[in-house]
Ligand binder design. Structure first.
Ligand SMILES: [Fe+2]
Length: 256
């Protein structure tokens, strides 16, 4: 099995476009479709034909290009069953534990409600790749628009259970702001401080912070570190549940 090629590019103001290409079959999947023209231009420039779109959730900045891309490439659109009626052009509705195949690569569907009610992530199991869109960001997590922290916490735990080396592709370049916020919650975390400095330098130079890894997020992402005694002490929440701590950190981020 040949390895996959991944193209990452900016769409709209801060969305990441992501194309995954399998050279032998010539198949290419677009992870979401934030901007149809941008996604198609990127594919064309590389000589790739879009055969699939894997939709993570129904927000406009993730499905905006679905129909225009489908019209050009007649590609298959996969998306969450929970949001089936609001995903444009959906061909295949999937749910927790469904196993897809992309050019011979096994792709597992992980339901991660929180940001939206039906948000799903796509895990390329043997490749160690996770496409997490707006559930998990570098040092951040998605806003809780449609489900409470008590639903989001189990979603994040599912992602934390993946191997540490799993590469995580997320939906937005929010990393610098996330790092600044993370330092207010977890100020004595040496790994976080070092990462925040590296991110500031990288962004200054115009670099992308995608992908991250599950292992690095477990060490530096305050939304995954709700059980950490120092973080709980700082919040005055030593006896709260993990979901309560998550809710508090999310609330602070919303007002940051
Ligand atoms: Fe979203």
């Amino acid at each position: 099995m040949r390895s996959l090629e991944i193209a990452v590019f900016m769409c709209r103001s801060d969305n990441y476009g992501v194309l995954v290409h399998e050279p032998e079959s010539g198949k290419t999947v677009s992870i979401d479709a934030p901007d149809g023209e941008k996604v198609m231009a990127e594919a064309e420039q590389r000589g790739w034909t879009i055969t699939d779109i894997f939709t993570t959730h129904h927000h406009k900045d993730h499905v905006d290009g679905n129909l225009v891309i489908k019209e050009k490439y007649d590609c298959r659109i996969v998306g969450p069953i929970e949001e089936a009626v609001v995903i444009p052009g959906l061909d295949l509705a999937v749910f927790e534990g469904d196993e897809l195949e992309f050019a011979g690569h096994k792709v597992e569907v992980i339901e991660t409600p929180g940001h939206t009610a039906g948000h799903i992530c796509y895990h390329f199991v043997e490749d160690g790749l996770l496409f997490a869109a707006d559930t998990l960001f570098a040092m951040g997590c998605g806003r809780l628009f449609e489900r409470p922290a008590s639903d989001m916490w189990p979603s994040l735990q599912k992602l934390m259970a993946l191997p540490d080396e799993t590469e995580v592709y997320f939906g937005h370049e929010y990393t610098l702001a996330n790092a600044k916020f993370a330092l207010t919650i977890d100020p004595d975390n040496a790994v976080l401080k070092e990462r925040a400095e590296a991110v500031a330098e990288l962004r200054e130079a115009g670099g992308f912070t995608i992908p991250t890894t599950i292992g690095l997020e477990k060490k530096t992402n305050p939304f995954l570190r709700v059980a950490d005694p120092a973080i709980r002490k700082g919040l005055g929440m030593e006896d709260a549940s993990d979901a309560e701590v998550l809710a508090e950190i999310r609330k602070r981020k919303d007002n940051f």
